[in-house]
Design a protein around this ligand. Structure first.
Ligand SMILES: [Zn+2]
Length: 221
């Protein structure tokens, strides 16, 4: 099973990715993770990427594609994979199709987790973290016993700057702008599956499972 996972910040993509990978026994390939790994291991690709990052430039698609493809060539991807954070644009999507095609494969599905904008803003801006022990809270869904105080260590909780309203609005705008063309691209190919991400974690996962096992039962292997 070869799956691409799309979803805005706050849609619970990371949580679902772990569940999908476990359920279908496929590696969860997060672009962020493989970039960090290449940098840490100081690989040729890592060095190449670092040259751009050090200059404050975006890593070009060519390098990103090679980093992802290098990972997809690994043994554990023989039975499939779950891609998270890639592709990010049409040239990357086309390259992924070409890469798979050359190996006689294609994507099984592209899962698009959808959550209303207001709900995303609520989910993200309500997050609080403990700067000392790392515990995480949400002012509405999992508040600490005492307002703004960590249950575990008694430290004062903070809101990460990324989680502040202004930053969240910007992140969502960037995501929408970046993802819209991909949604169109995969819709045209007939492999996009929209999933209602407003439900509980377990319900969302059940819907994803059904979508992956459902009509596409024949192309799984
Ligand atoms: Zn704490």
């Amino acid at each position: 099973m070869r799956v691409v996972l799309l979803g805005p910040p706050g849609a619970g993509k990371g949580t679902q990715a772990l569940k999908i990978a476990k359920e279908f026994d496929i590696p969860h390939i997060s672009t962020g993770d493989i970039f960090r790994q290449n940098l840490r291991d100081n690989t040729e690709l890592g060095k190449l990427a670092k040259e751009y990052m050090d200059k404050g430039l975006l890593v070009p698609d060519e390098v990103t594609n090679r980093i992802v493809e290098d990972r997809l060539e690994k043994e554990d991807c023989k039975k499939g994979f779950l891609l998270d954070g890639y592709p990010r644009n049409i040239p990357q999507a086309e390259e992924l199709d070409k890469f798979l095609e050359e190996r006689g494969h294609s994507l099984t599905a592209v899962i698009n987790i959808q959550v209303e904008r207001e709900a995303l803003i609520d989910r993200i801006t309500g997050r609080r973290v403990c700067p000392v022990c790392g515990a995480t809270y949400h002012i509405k869904t999992s508040p600490p016993k005492v307002d703004n105080v960590c249950d575990k260590c008694g430290s004062e909780l903070i809101q990460r700057s990324d989680d502040k309203l202004e930053s969240v609005v910007k992140r969502l705008e960037v995501y929408e702008k970046e993802t819209k063309p991909l949604i169109d691209y995969y819709t045209k190919k007939g492999i996009l599956v929209n999933i209602d991400g407003n439900k509980s974690i377990d319900e969302v996962f059940e819907d994803i499972k059904k979508a992956l096992l459902g009509d596409r039962r024949n192309d799984i292997h």
